[in-house]
Ligand binder design. Structure first.
Ligand SMILES: CC(C)(COP(=O)(O)OP(=O)(O)OC[C@H]1O[C@@H](n2cnc3c(N)ncnc32)[C@H](O)[C@@H]1OP(=O)(O)O)[C@@H](O)C(=O)NCCC(=O)NCCS
Length: 198
């Protein structure tokens, strides 16, 4: 039955259908990049791959592969409910793994929710393809729209890195001077050193 499915790279005019597939397949959690813009960006990236499984002209499965120069990662593996248990997801993983290794990846990984027993069972079934459960890691995420917006990061960087610079650099610079300690700039520098460093 799985031979009916054709696995190939998605086309730009298929992105809305891929988003619908994710909705009907209940891929969770819906993520910040589940949008036409997000998928368009992915397809423009040299390391980004979006494969779809097609049966009778319909998109019934998808998988994303990302190669960042360090690891290959697999995301958004989904098969629409009527086409499950026909080996389509297995073929999607085979194809995406092969494509990521071809790009140069040495190790691939996929995130699976602990509570999604069916997904764990699926990945357990891929041991013959080399996939092994790895219990060592917890996942940390940061979204652009959260506390880590670029402007916030810039402010935090500014606050957290400048005092260190001052601690290490300002006394050195101050010590270059042998005279002129009564001019305003040097008085300010001395006050700053006393206040922040002493
Ligand atoms: C997980 C998912 C992608 C599997 O797709 P699929 O095309 O049905 O998977 P396959 O037919 O290739 O399954 C291969 C093997 O995985 C195991 N497996 C797949 N689905 C399973 C399930 N619901 N329960 C238990 N084992 C399952 C079986 O061993 C199966 O072989 P078998 O059918 O000969 O017993 C699909 O159920 C899905 O889209 N679920 C919702 C989204 C999701 O959870 N994605 C995974 C994110 S990590």
């Amino acid at each position: 039955m799985s031979s009916e499915a054709v696995i190939r790279a998605a086309r730009a005019d298929e992105l809305a259908a891929v988003l619908s597939l994710w909705q009907e397949s209940d891929v969770t959690p819906p993520s910040v990049t589940d949008s036409i813009d997000g998928l368009t960006r992915l397809m423009r990236e040299p390391g980004g791959i979006l494969f779809v499984a097609i049966v009778d002209g319909r998109i019934v499965g998808s998988v994303i592969g990302g190669w960042d120069g360090w690891r290959g990662n697999i995301y958004r593996l989904a098969v629409t409910p009527e086409y499950r248990r026909r080996g389509i997801a297995r073929r999607l993983v085979l194809e995406i793994s092969s494509a990521l290794f071809a790009k140069g990846a040495e190790r691939l990984s996929a995130l699976v929710e602990h509570e999604h027993r069916w997904a764990i069972d699926f990945w357990e079934s891929l041991r013959d393809l080399g996939y092994e459960y790895n219990p060592w890691f917890a996942r940390y995420i940061a979204d652009r729209g959260n506390g880590t917006a670029p402007s916030n990061l810039a402010r935090i960087l500014d606050n957290e890195s400048r005092p260190d610079d001052e601690r290490t650099m300002l006394p050195d610079i101050y010590n270059w001077f042998t005279e002129g300690f009564d001019i305003a700039d040097l008085k300010d520098a001395k006050a700053l050193i006393d206040q922040r460093i002493a």
